[in-house]
Design a protein around this ligand. Sequence first.
Ligand code: ZN
Length: 187
Amino acid sequence: MMSEDDHKKYMRLALSQAKHSPPQPTNFCVGAVLVCPPRNPADNPIVITGYTLELPGNTHAEQCCFLKYFGDQTNPFYMPAGSTLYTTMEPCNARSAGNAPCVQRILGINAKQGGRAIKTVFVGASEPETFVGVNEGKKKLEEGGIEVVKVEGFEEEILKVATAGHVKEGHQERQANGGSGMKELTG
Ligand code: ZN
């Protein structure tokens, strides 16, 4: 079992990943860490990192973790039971055509023995209030039986890093939260 210290350690790692993401005016710099239990319990867990736009295309942080883990594997996707995802921001639930939302990807990964491989997603920042009703990532995950837990203590820095590329002109809130299409670019 992972402790509160582990959760903070992995969230810190996710945040350090977010800082590698190239700041853009139209999306968030997000970092993610995927932690999979090792085949042999005596070994260290498998830790895979990702950040927004790390891999070619309009890639999200969580998506990069999964792409690295699965390589050229195709559906069905299996991962060890008890795998855990850490992401600096709530995973997205809607994207433009051709791009599966991260929530859908998370819900599509199963454990070989049945059930979902990822049962808990740790997030560092809740969606800004204006997003509620737009990004239903947390709600959709919970409906799918996945617990969403916030790791406290990182939100302020996470939001600063996430919006580093946004235009700051007195209406930062609008830049960060308004704008049509933003909903598909979170997490
Ligand atoms: Zn996403």
